[in-house]
Ligand binder design. Structure first.
Ligand SMILES: Nc1ncnc2c1ncn2[C@@H]1O[C@H](COP(=O)(O)OP(=O)(O)O)[C@@H](O)[C@H]1O
Ligand SMILES: [Mg+2]
Length: 139
């Protein structure tokens, strides 16, 4: 196992996934890529310029969060890369895993927006259904 991709959305569940991914990276001497996707906004009630503002602030927040993660892992003996993408989270996660030829994709069972009523969130369900590489879902 050489390349690990972990999907992070700022949720507690994705923090757990990150922790597990770091453990795997250390044990397998693998490189770690942390990916966060800024979702497109599907709000129809607001103006384009307001949408742009919200999107910019979300992008900044996400980039800052990734930077924080990168710094927090700088003491570990692993190669860490952070990525911020825009679009549909599940699609971007799947696309990134394929492009980088990830050996395993690590993600949380739940995220920021859903309810615990379901076994898995919408993004993790879609990724598990469509992924070509093994997916490690952290509970
Ligand atoms: N925008 C995103 N960028 C990166 N990873 C994400 C994103 N959204 C969700 N994930 C990953 O998917 C996991 C499950 O989240 P999700 O399926 O969105 O659950 P929920 O429906 O509860 O929000 C998260 O813990 C995270 O690992
Ligand atoms: Mg979500």
């Amino acid at each position: 196992m050489q390349k690990i991709l972990v999907a992070h959305d700022g949720s507690k569940s994705s923090d757990k996934a990150l922790k597990k991914a770091v453990e795997l990276a250390v044990n397998f001497h693998a490189s770690l890529t942390v990916l966060s996707v800024v979702p497109e906004l599907y709000l129809t009630e607001i103006s384009e310029s307001d949408k742009q503002k919200i999107f910019n602030s979300l992008s900044k927040e996400t980039t800052d969060a990734m930077e924080k993660i990168r710094k927090s892992l700088s003491g570990k003996s692993i190669e860490v890369k952070t990525l911020v993408r825009q679009g549909d989270p599940a699609e971007k996660i799947l696309e990134t895993a394929q492009k980088m030829k990830a050996d395993v994709l690590v993600m949380g069972s739940h995220g920021r927006h859903g309810t615990k009523k379901f076994l898995m969130g919408s993004v993790s369900s879609k990724v598990v259904d469509n992924s070509k590489c093994p997916v490690f879902v952290v509970k």
